[in-house]
Design a protein around this ligand. Structure first.
Ligand SMILES: Nc1ncnc2c1ncn2[C@@H]1O[C@H](COP(=O)(O)OP(=O)(O)OP(=O)(O)O)[C@@H](O)[C@H]1O
Ligand SMILES: [Mg+2]
Length: 331
């Protein structure tokens, strides 16, 4: 993804739900997207596969998948990619299962169209997939309609459907948020196994830093439509450089690196995207804000190997350019 801009027209002007988002996900690798509610994680995911809700739209950027720019594809071509080479699991499972077809038959259709299976083989595989995502009595549940299932079961059925075609990329937007911890662990293990077997890449939106630490290679931290920091997962935990990332990590209740007494929620509210302050959008909430934060460009700069941040003052400090350490002088 390169310089993605996704906009919604509003009375106050154009709102940018993604504002110059760029990243790369390698085959077999997993990128985590993290950030508070409304920061643009879902719109980033939806932009990839042409599912930004109207009147929103992708305004600029490139999404190159396997050598093809997805943003240039026709609707019909994109539909073929969705559910085939790219699978997706969304926050709201009711939105992606068809209410008028039995759950099992929806998976069978995917297997027939995308994998060229006959009905019998596809049925057997669909039941196996329902079983793998932790649905009890899969033979019976095969014949359920989505509304006959509990929310957690629908979520699992949607995951089964998303991985049925063995996609090269799975976009998973809080795939296990509605599930209890045991089932969540089971599904994450299943996805990891699939990644190892098929080389599937994954973009995972999650609020769970335990899951991220265990399953992700890279982390992109989003704030107000921007990526404000990006690094390999261990680097993010060991050396978070953007004040927002530091605040986010300090707000995680059970991270080993954080002592209980140090847990503090990120102060203040996320900004209205239609009324962003000038310069760094985090500056009104930043404990290290200083003169100039209202005019800094939101460009990412290297602070380590494979590690970029949008806070220029971190860069100065780490380059040892003699600039004062802003961390020593909170406002
Ligand atoms: N249907 C819509 N109409 C107008 N603006 C929207 C719409 N959906 C999203 N937005 C805008 O896009 C921004 C990003 O939304 P997005 O759904 O990507 O957030 P998110 O990071 O996924 O949040 P969450 O963690 O709550 O799922 C929102 O803050 C909102 O301003
Ligand atoms: Mg979301």
């Amino acid at each position: 993804m390169e310089d993605l801009h996704t906009g919604f027209p509003t009375l106050e002007g154009l709102l940018l739900a993604t504002n110059g988002v760029s990243f790369t996900v390698e085959r077999g690798a997993t990128l985590a997207l993290v950030g508070e509610s409304g920061s643009g994680k879902s719109m980033t995911c939806r932009s990839i596969i042409g599912l930004v809700p109207k009147p929103g739209e992708v305004i600029d950027g490139r999404v190159v998948f396997n050598g093809r720019d997805l943003l240039g594809l026709r609707r019909a071509e994109l539909r073929k990619v969705r559910g085939g080479e790219i699978g997706m699991v969304f926050q709201d499972p009711t939105a992606s299962l068809n209410p008028v077809y039995k759950v099992g038959n929806q998976i069978v259709e995917v297997l027939k169209i995308q994998r060229g299976m006959g009905t019998r083989e596809a049925t057997r595989r669909a039941i196996e997939l329902l079983d793998r995502v932790g649905i009890a009595s899969p033979e019976t549940q095969f014949h359920s309609y989505p509304h006959e299932m509990s929310g957690g079961m629908r979520q699992r059925a949607m995951i089964a459907s998303a991985i049925a075609a063995e996609p090269m990329l799975l976009i998973a937007d809080e795939p296990t948020a509605a599930l209890d911890v045991t089932v969540q662990a089971q599904i994450m293990a299943l996805l990891s196994e699939l990644q190892q077997d098929t080389g599937m890449a994954m973009i995972l939106v999650s609020h769970d830093f335990g899951v991220i630490a265990q399953h992700c290679d890279h982390v992109a931290v989003m704030y107000a439509g921007y990526i404000v920091e990006q690094a390999p997962v261990q680097e993010i935990f060991d050396h978070p450089s953007h004040p927002y990332t530091q605040a986010l990590l300090a707000s995680i209740p059970h991270l080993d690196a954080v002592k209980r007494s140090e847990i503090v929620p990120v102060k203040g509210q996320p900004p209205e995207l239609s009324r962003l302050p000038s310069g760094c959008p985090f500056s009104p909430r930043c404990g290290f804000v200083r003169d100039g934060c209202d005019s800094v460009p939101m460009s990412l700069q290297a602070v380590g190997a494979d590690h970029v941040t949008a806070c220029p003052y971190v860069t100065w400090r780490d380059r040892g350019a003699g600039a004062p350490d802003h961390r020593d002088t909170p406002a």
